[in-house]
Design a protein around this ligand. Structure first.
Ligand code: GLA
Length: 396
């Protein structure tokens, strides 16, 4: 478990104490967690049946829970200071993108599938920033999935859980996301990134060189309301490109199947915007494969160069960056000791991810905040990922 302790009190102890204050005692309480994730490379490729390379963070969503003898679901979020109480088997009638939508959606679907049959008391807490492109919602969904495993003492296939979480995101939150976030959060391993083929769901854990280089996540603080609709719009543009290429090769199912040669021969028939979107996806898929090869060969400079090219493509071809992210990335790329930098996640705000030589990581973190504040008059949050964790259950 991520052992972030404040004044010697671990998150687990603090959660137990808070649970006891909330429900009168903490008898039989289990604690589970699921981490947020940052994507190292492979952006907007997952829903095109392509490749991604995310890693989990050291930050997570935690759930303290226990069964009830009746059929009530009693949920409390410490982050939102909100509480809800409803009956088992009630579909969530909640505003989309509210914490209860994700939790209620997961519980409803798990109960429908026979995964559990009792009421539950759940106390939730997280230190994954919300809406920053670090998958706080996937972490919340996965944490509920793991919580039900702990409650029933019945392990569930982690790939099934990731797919169910994605279904909940589509159905209850209305975001047509790919599988990357939920898969990374459920299956990512400590000390590793996860190289995932989003078509076959085959994956490989790739060791991270955390002794030589640090992953530094910089949160621009920018949150765009339109991000979800822009995301769905990009998906539709990719589908338009697929339909176009199918006339040349009917076996094409997704942009994953469009080879660079087929693209080059036929790209002039596409509207400009659709051509740019397709080019990004096709090249980004190849970049992920190259980046994984370089990482496994220990070539961090080569890996960083792939990150830089990925950003350029997201900015100019996929058009999901913004002025703040472009500034953070360009500033990082000009800083000695920074091996690579790019925006990460869906875009339109959120975070940049930087691969920085270990010895310069602290200095870089301070300098980037300073530059950003002078340029935009706002303060960026920085997370130095020194160790990442995997989803889990605390032994009782
Ligand atoms: C969001 C989605 C993911 C993925 C990324 C972009 O994080 O949830 O499925 O598509 O955007 O790479």
């Amino acid at each position: 478990m991520p052992d972030e302790s404040t004044n010697g009190v671990s998150i687990a102890e603090a959660l137990r104490a808070t649970f006891a204050r909330w429900r009168g005692d903490a008898e039989g309480v289990r604690i589970v967690w699921a981490p947020g994730r940052v994507n190292l490379i492979g952006e907007h490729t997952d829903y095109n049946d392509g490749f991604v390379l995310p890693m989990t963070l050291g930050r997570a969503i935690y759930v303290a829970l226990r069964a009830r003898s009746d059929d009530r679901l009693h949920l409390r979020s410490l982050d939102f200071d909100e509480e809800v109480d409803f009956r088992l088997g009630t579909p969530p009638e909640m505003p989309p993108a509210h914490w209860t939508t994700y939790v209620g959606g997961m519980l409803y679907e798990l109960h429908q599938r026979g995964a559990f049959a009792t009421g539950i008391e759940m106390l939730l807490f997280g230190d994954v920033p919300i809406g920053a492109g670090l998958s706080s919602s996937a972490a919340l969904e996965v944490a509920v999935g793991v919580a039900v495993e702990a409650l029933t003492e019945t392990p569930r296939d982690p790939v099934e859980t990731a797919l169910l979480c994605q279904y909940v995101e589509h159905t209850y939150a209305g975001v047509q996301c790919g599988i990357m976030d939920q898969f990374a959060t459920r299956l990512g391993r400590a000390g590793h990134a996860l190289f995932l083929d989003c078509r076959s769901l085959d994956y490989r854990n790739v060791p991270l060189p955390l002794a030589q280089a640090s992953i530094v996540v910089v949160d621009s603080g920018v949150r765009r309301k339109l991000a979800a609709s822009k995301y769905n719009e990009r998906r539709a543009e990719c589908e338009q490109a697929v339909a176009y290429f199918q006339q040349f090769d009917p076996s094409i199912q997704a942009l994953r199947d469009v080879t660079p040669a087929l693209f080059d021969q036929n790209k002039t028939g596409l509207p400009d915007v659709i051509r740019k979107r397709a080019q990004h996806v096709i090249e980004e898929n190849a970049r992920v494969e190259e980046a994984v090869r370089l990482l496994e060969a220990g070539d961090l400079a080569g890996f960083g160069a792939c990150m830089n090219r990925s950003h350029e493509s997201l900015r100019d071809l996929y058009e999901v960056s913004c002025a703040e992210l472009d500034f953070l990335v360009a500033t990082a790329q000009q800083t000695p000791g920074v091996l690579g930098a790019r925006m990460t996640g869906g875009g339109f705000g959120g975070c940049s991810v930087n691969l920085v030589e270990k010895l310069t990581a602290e200095a870089f973190s301070e300098a980037i905040v300073d530059h950003y504040e002078r340029q935009f008059d706002r303060v960026a949050d920085v997370y130095l990922v020194e160790e990442n964790v995997e989803a889990g259950v605390m032994p009782s």
